[in-house]
Design a protein around this ligand. Structure first.
Ligand SMILES: CCCCC/C=C\CCC/C=C/CC(=O)SCCNC(=O)CCNC(=O)[C@H](O)C(C)(C)COP(=O)(O)OP(=O)(O)OC[C@H]1O[C@@H](n2cnc3c(N)ncnc32)[C@H](O)[C@@H]1OP(=O)(O)O
Length: 282
């Protein structure tokens, strides 16, 4: 069954309302162009948009609001021209409170489901590095435009984390089964050129302005198309994955908690954090 379908009857409401959302200190800011109906959603959590519980909650809320406002497309990007999103906030996993840790993973599942299941078209404008959870956000979008000279990939295994089945599935759909298996297991990070070659991203751009033009070009390809047929087809393709994730979500949370609470993982995390700091001090 379709979870959400674009409702053409609501279009007149959309044409009347027009929007710029969120305050300057918001973790996520949204601007909607009233001529095109395209929203630009900017992740705003300095320094590296790491996914804390609060940031993920804001992403889910934003996508839900946009779904209700009947926008015609969305570009997801970062305030920083260096990091799109650094993945899960590592501090959420250091000696965590168990209730909060469960909430973090549950919210990551929600973030994946809401972004992956939008009725409107979505483009990730990847204007910086996108490891792990950053790559996840990009994979949820329909189309990916990446600026040159950055890295992207699911490097979880390099950090001692298992990649959950729902995210493996999204990777498989994007780069194919064989490549997804190899690169999820290895935890490969790709530079922009290699990401394009393997199909992890769809286009490259020299800088942000060009990337935005390419993103808008993708959204414009749907201008003359029935929004109903477009969104119904997308959701018919994606809804089963979302239902599957929801069926297994409790076990998935417990697997994550077990993974994170393992003492080897906690020790590895301390070393990893230190290595990030050392790299910075070089
Ligand atoms: C069923 C079991 C399931 C198990 C779950 C597994 C996978 C599911 C997939 C989704 C979840 C994935 C897990 C993750 O996402 S773990 C996080 C992975 N992320 C990384 O490894 C990235 C680490 N960061 C970097 O490589 C770099 O910071 C950078 C993103 C390339 C940016 O480099 P640069 O611009 O040079 O910035 P700095 O390195 O100086 O960083 C500035 C500042 O930010 C801190 N920081 C960086 N990344 C994170 C982070 N992810 N969380 C929290 N904090 C982060 C960094 O330590 C610096 O802090 P200080 O200024 O205080 O030193």
């Amino acid at each position: 069954m379709l979870r959400k379908i674009f409702n053409p009857a609501r279009l007149s409401r959309f044409q009347r309302t027009m929007v710029t959302v969120s305050s300057s200190d918001a973790l996520v800011s949204t601007e909607v162009d009233d001529k095109t109906g395209y929203a630009t959603v900017t992740l705003n959590r300095a320094p590296v948009n790491s996914l804390s519980l609060e940031l993920m909650t804001e992403i889910v809320k934003t996508v839900d609001e946009l779904e209700r406002s009947n926008i015609r497309g969305m570009v997801l990007t970062s305030f920083s021209n260096k990091v799109f999103c650094a993945g899960l906030d590592i501090m959420e996993m250091v000696n965590p409170d168990l209730d909060r840790l469960r909430a973090v993973w549950t919210r990551l599942q929600d973030t994946w489901a809401s972004l992956y299941g939008t009725s409107f078209p979505t483009v990730a404008l990847i204007n910086g590095h996108a490891p792990a959870g950053g790559c996840l956000l990009a994979l949820c979008c329909e189309y990916r435009v990446m600026c040159n000279n950055f890295n992207i990939g699911l490097n979880e295994t390099q950090l001692g984390l298992a990649v959950p089945p729902w995210l493996q599935g999204t990777m498989r759909q994007t780069i194919g089964t064989r490549e997804a298996e190899i690169h999820c297991i290895k935890g490969t990070m790709f530079n922009s050129q290699d990401a394009l070659k393997i199909g992890l991203v769809d286009e490259l751009a020299a800088e942000n302005g060009e990337a935005m033009q390419r993103a808008l070009h993708y959204l414009n390809t749907f201008k003359q198309m029935s929004p109903y047929a477009r969104s119904a087809t997308k959701l018919l393709m994606r809804n089963k994955d979302i239902e599957d994730m929801k069926r297994g979500r409790k076990e998935d949370v417990e697997r994550f908690v077990e993974n994170v609470m393992n003492s080897d993982f906690q020790n590895g995390l301390t070393v990893y954090l230190q290595s990030l700091k050392n790299r910075k001090n070089k």
